[in-house]
Design a protein around this ligand. Sequence first.
Ligand code: BEZ
Length: 212
Amino acid sequence: MSLRLGDIAPDFEQDSTDGKIRFHEWLGSSWGVLFSHPKDFTPVCTTELGYTARLQKEFEKRNVKVLAVSVDDVESHKRWSSDITETQGYAVNFPILGDPDRKVAKLYDMIHPNANDTLTVRSVFIVDPNKKIRTVITYPASTGRNFDEILRVIDSLQLTDKYTVATPVNWKFGEDVIIPPSVQDPEVIKQKYPKGFKALKPYLRVTPQPNH
Ligand code: BEZ
């Protein structure tokens, strides 16, 4: 059965470009992004890994560790990494799991046989410090992902874990957020949203981002 939001991210031990990784232990108290790419030495994957390396400081700021995986082996990842540096201008600064036995790909249902029966699709799992899966995204091999969007989702998750708010369409850090309809008590509203709010409809109330 495929993994769902709120499930505990399956633990595994697998070799990587940084040596053996025990996933849960490696995550420690960090958030994690585990993402698969179909194959080494392919164009779209090369751009994705280069861009993720470029965003490394942004992931660190948010206490997020990034881990890539494909069914190629670690030696192949290491050889490919120099092409990524050369063509994308950023050296891969996060581990890439070798998964030739497809242990991780199977655990996370990253091979979709009706798309391709051997290669992983472009899966993304965002995992919180309690090891719970908080986001699942799946893209086809022919479409490179938007890693700025992954950061945006992490910003939303971290904000909404801390404050009783939700984030609207295309929200970016610093913009107004939504007061959930479940919050109705005027005293609670005053205490939780000291910056005030605007009610466009009784169920659609916006307030400035509490921590910005
Ligand atoms: C790519 O990364 O360019 C790619 C990989 C597998 C299938 C199609 C494209």
